[in-house]
Design a binder for this molecule. Structure first.
Ligand code: NAG
Ligand code: NAG
Ligand code: NAG
Ligand code: NAG
Ligand code: NAG
Ligand code: NAG
Ligand code: NAG
Ligand code: NAG
Ligand code: NAG
Ligand code: NAG
Ligand code: NAG
Ligand code: NAG
Length: 525
């Protein structure tokens, strides 16, 4: 069958849509470099198609790639690279975090158990995002290699002109960092995948997809495959935020009602180009709801054939579910695990649980889902009168002052005078605090064990399974994740039989408190 014919068939098949939940109106999202918002608002209800069309058309596509697919195995032993043994030394950093030279016991005294064959840690895929921007705070040599299966490098923006080379366009520092990372990772039997896109790097995905026929995408497919051999990568993560986006990606991103269908075609072409023994890992970073259908804002009803067949896994970004930019000015959990809480009835129904349910219902196998977990929290300006309730306890979901824009941690800086994002809008501070800085900063909220300091008010919300903390002197409330919530998320990963988890981002942890906690949760869950 001709490829352009396949293209239109798949586009057709992707018309399958879901009826959104009536209460799924979602906040606008805070933007941050590369990180992303997740939720997809749904204002339209339309369900006049069903998934039988998808099955018919996509199965013919799948049969063509079945043999290729069976050779793709994220858990297989790294090849060609295992001989690289020279440990890479890191560039000097003023005061690096505690030494990670060897096997660090988890905080409960149990060493994470990594399977040398599969690379799984405590039985799951343990992925850490490693961004060039924060690399100076976590030198390559200090990455906890024994606790990760995969390091995800990037995201690197998808440039308009792929001919420039994604990595080359980033300059020699990033290029050298990637080389150093791959070398050290492979010496430690850890895989490296290149993340492409990100919140600030998804502008051109739409037109780079095979919307005008197979050939227009083949250049991109080839260019990315070339990167694999050039940098000795193990695979790629496509972080397109978001195909067919409505309100959740940046406003200047290209978009098209056929984005999701075209993305599926692209993934198929990408897989088909892989040589049978190359075993390139292919994954995607996704929102809380399945990819948009042709109907903007309406998620696909079935992703099993158009996506699950082509992807080793998806990472659900269960963060920024509630931010200071949210429509309702209440402090809410950044990364709720559960729904059905008082909070949810008021403002949101989204959480790790609803997201996993939405994706599995749409046909993504649980084993191919990784739970994205954040090492940062959002801060809010909250008056003491609102922060502390009548019983003298920290209040649940208090109102915050939307006019105040609290400064976050030391990494929360505007890159330069008149700095703008890729859309040309002025860059603002985010108010975000990474866990590491919550511990390390003199005005951080946490002690070296990751627990609230003496003069900090703390509450763990048992319903959403997220902590809040409050500094009454500064009037700053923080919604974040801690050891307890990460352990809960680890148990959830295990209970739901997910493929694993992905930490955004590795540098944000402190002394592996969070990483150890989620691995503990996975082990005991
Ligand atoms: C679903 O597909 C079947 C078979 O193609 C068709 O008979 C049926 O009418 C479709 N349902 C809807 C709601 O479109
Ligand atoms: C993946 O690779 C591992 C280790 O080589 C192997 O045990 C497993 O069967 C493979 N899985 C698939 C689905 O090929
Ligand atoms: C802690 O903060 C100091 C300065 O405030 C910095 O030099 C050091 O690198 C930080 N340490 C960590 C582990 O982030
Ligand atoms: C890690 O470094 C410390 C201090 O330099 C040393 O005492 C320890 O033996 C090292 N551990 C491993 C596993 O190399
Ligand atoms: C590692 O995984 C492989 C493949 O699943 C399995 O056969 C082996 O028993 C595992 N090794 C350990 C030590 O668990
Ligand atoms: C979507 O892409 C198709 C094919 O390139 C094009 O004809 C159409 O105008 C695009 N739609 C939008 C809204 O840009
Ligand atoms: C799609 O159709 C198949 C076969 O009719 C059905 O088993 C499956 O549940 C449907 N998927 C969804 C998401 O409705
Ligand atoms: C920033 O913008 C202001 C006002 O447009 C301008 O006067 C100033 O020169 C700009 N600064 C830089 C560093 O570009
Ligand atoms: C940013 O810029 C785009 C145009 O590039 C505009 O549509 C949008 O409204 C601006 N504002 C924000 C907050 O994104
Ligand atoms: C609380 O806020 C005050 C005022 O900004 C600051 O001086 C103090 O260090 C903060 N306390 C903690 C534990 O972060
Ligand atoms: C951290 O926990 C350990 C063990 O419970 C305790 O001995 C130590 O005092 C704690 N450190 C801080 C800064 O609270
Ligand atoms: C780890 O230890 C803490 C207490 O220090 C306990 O509450 C928690 O349940 C333990 N986690 C596991 C997985 O054993």
């Amino acid at each position: 069958m001709r490829l352009d014919k396949l293209l239109s068939l798949v586009a057709l098949s992707l018309l399958t849509v879901a009826i959104p939940a009536p209460d799924s109106a979602q906040s606008s999202q805070a933007s941050r470099d590369a990180s992303s918002s997740t939720s997809q608002s749904s204002t339209t209800t339309k369900s006049n198609t069903n998934n039988s069309t998808a099955s018919a058309t996509s199965s013919s596509i799948n049969s063509a790639t079945t043999s290729l697919r069976s050779s793709v195995n994220i858990t297989s032993t790294p090849s060609a690279t295992a001989t690289s043994t020279s440990a890479t030394t890191s560039t000097a950093v003023a005061s690096p975090p505690p030494s990670k030279n060897g096997t660090t016991p988890s905080k409960n005294g149990t060493t994470p158990s990594k399977n040398g064959t599969t690379g799984l840690v405590n039985g799951v895929l343990s992925v850490g995002s490693y961004t060039p921007k924060l690399s100076k705070y976590l030198p390559v040599a200090d990455i906890s290699w024994d606790k990760y299966s995969v390091i995800k490098f990037g995201p690197i923006p998808l440039t308009k002109d792929i001919g420039l080379g994604l990595i080359g366009a980033q300059g020699p520092e990033v290029e050298n960092l990637l080389k150093q990372l791959v070398k050290t990772a492979h010496a430690n039997h850890v895989k490296v995948v290149l993340s492409i896109g990100g919140r600030e790097g998804s502008q051109y995905f739409s037109s780079m997809m095979p919307q005008n026929g197979y050939d227009s995408a083949s250049a991109l497919v080839s260019s990315i495959h070339v990167l694999k051999s050039e940098y000795n990568l193990d695979g790629f993560d496509f972080d397109w935020e978001f195909p067919g986006n409505t309100n959740d990606g940046l406003p200047c991103n290209q978009r098209n009602e056929s984005d999701s269908g075209n993305f599926s075609l692209f993934l198929r072409a990408f897989r088909a180009k892989d040589s049978p023994d190359a075993a390139t890992a292919v994954s995607a970073t996704v929102g809380l709801a399945p990819f948009n259908s042709g109907e903007y804002g309406v998620p696909l009803l079935d992703v099993s054939l158009a996506f699950a067949e082509f992807l080793d896994y998806v990472t659900i970004m269960n963060y920024d579910v509630w931010t200071p930019a949210s429509a309702v000015p209440l402090v809410g959990p950044n990364a709720p695990l559960q729904v059905g809480c008082t909070f949810d009835n008021r403002v949101s129904s989204q959480s790790a649980r609803t997201a996993v349910e939405a994706w599995t219902k749409a046909g993504m196998p649980a084993a191919k889902i990784l739970l994205g977990v954040p090492t940062y929290g959002h801060s809010y300006a909250v008056e003491p009168s609102a922060a502390i309730d009548a019983s003298g306890k920290l209040a649940e979901y208090p109102a915050f002052n939307g006019g105040a824009h609290p400064q976050g941690d030391v990494w929360d800086v505007i890159p330069g005078p008149n700095a703008t994002d890729v859309c040309g809008n002025a860059t603002h501070i985010t108010g975000d605090w990474y866990f590491r800085n919550l511990v390390n900063a003199t005005d951080g909220f946490l002690d070296a064990n990751g627990t609230a300091r003496e003069d900090i008010w703390y509450r763990y919300d048992d319903c959403t399974q997220t902590p809040y903390a409050y500094n009454k002197t500064s009037g700053i409330m923080l919604s974040y994740d801690d050891v307890k919530s990460f352990e809960a998320k680890g148990k959830f990963v295990k209970a739901m039989k997910l493929g694993g988890f992905a930490v955004w981002e590795a540098a944000g942890d402190y002394n592996d408190l969070l990483l150890d906690a989620i691995l503990d949760g996975v082990r005991s869950g």
